[in-house]
Design a protein around this ligand. Structure first.
Ligand SMILES: [Zn+2]
Length: 283
């Protein structure tokens, strides 16, 4: 498996997760340590997305001796690769936004039984900081349509994913998903032909079917999200859960957003009708 795109590795990849590398990855390593590396990312100090640029070779340092992938790459790439692995045990790269705010990444290189790995062992700002605005908005949505307890659980899912606990992250996402179903049932139980006892025992797919007129379309059209979440909790390994997490998180967020928009629209309609009625009695 080839390493992820450099930008994805920096921005999306969790800390401590190993990426297998081989001499074929020398170009990838050169791009990672390149002096012309650029990265669009949220800057917590500017509080907006900025373009971060590498501060140059001085930014790429190691504990042992300064060494970065040579640029341009020499013909003997295998030697360049082996030198890089031999001399670098850990290294960092530093980038700056146009206002001089710093972004730093720390990496470890490991050679174990003929296999080489690289992993991110630190980053500033943290992934959570970089996505802070997005998470803050989603947290508010969860709080608004479910509860502050569920909003905390949404954040827990992200924190666990950040620390490579993919299975744990899945548990929290599944709880939010279930909570959407149960809340909707409580609000509409008189309108569906499902009494409480048997509803509790029913399969998620049947629950969603029964509530299809009241649940967000994306949830009704993609009921299998629940099966994926359950597989993550019961069967899948940590790595698969990590790989799947972003996809499933996005799906859950779409559901939450749809519900939030529906609620806002309903409130707007209610308010407008009330005002119209008030005016009518006055005119
Ligand atoms: Zn900045």
């Amino acid at each position: 498996m080839s390493p992820p795109k450099v930008v994805d590795f920096l921005k999306e990849f969790p800390l401590y997760r190993k990426v297998e590398i081989s001499p074929d990855a020398i170009e990838w390593l050169a791009e990672l340590t390149s002096t012309s590396l650029k990265l669009d990312s949220y800057c917590p100090q500017c509080t907006k997305v900025s373009t971060f640029e590498s501060v140059g070779k001085s930014a790429c340092t190691t504990t042992y001796r300064p060494k970065y992938a040579p640029d341009p790459l020499p013909d003997d790439r295998e030697k360049a690769y082996n030198d890089l692995l031999r001399f670098n045990k850990e290294f960092k790269i530093v980038l700056k936004c146009p206002r001089d705010h710093i972004m730093g990444y720390y990496f470890a290189l490991q050679r174990k039984e003929e296999q080489d790995f690289i992993m991110k062992i630190g980053q500033y700002p943290s992934e959570k900081d970089q996505k802070r605005d997005e998470f803050k908005r989603n947290r508010k949505i969860v709080e608004d349509i479910l509860s502050s307890e569920k909003a905390d659980e949404y954040m827990n899912a992200i924190i666990l994913y950040d620390h490579n606990y993919g299975i744990g992250a899945f548990i929290y996402l599944r709880r939010i998903f279930e909570s959407m179903i149960n809340n909707t049932y409580q609000n509409h139980k008189n309108e569906v032909s499902f009494e409480e006892g048997s509803f509790k025992e029913a399969k998620a797919k049947d629950k969603i079917n029964a509530l299809r007129d009241y649940l967000p379309d994306f949830m009704v059209n993609n009921k299998h999200i629940y099966d994926i979440l359950s597989k993550g909790v019961h069967e899948l390994d940590q790595f698969t859960c990590q790989d799947l997490f972003d996809t499933v998180r996005t799906a859950v967020e779409i559901i939450l957003e749809q519900e939030f928009e529906r609620k806002k629209r309903e409130e707007k309609i209610e308010k407008a009708e009330k005002e119209l009625n008030n005016w009518e009695s006055e005119l």
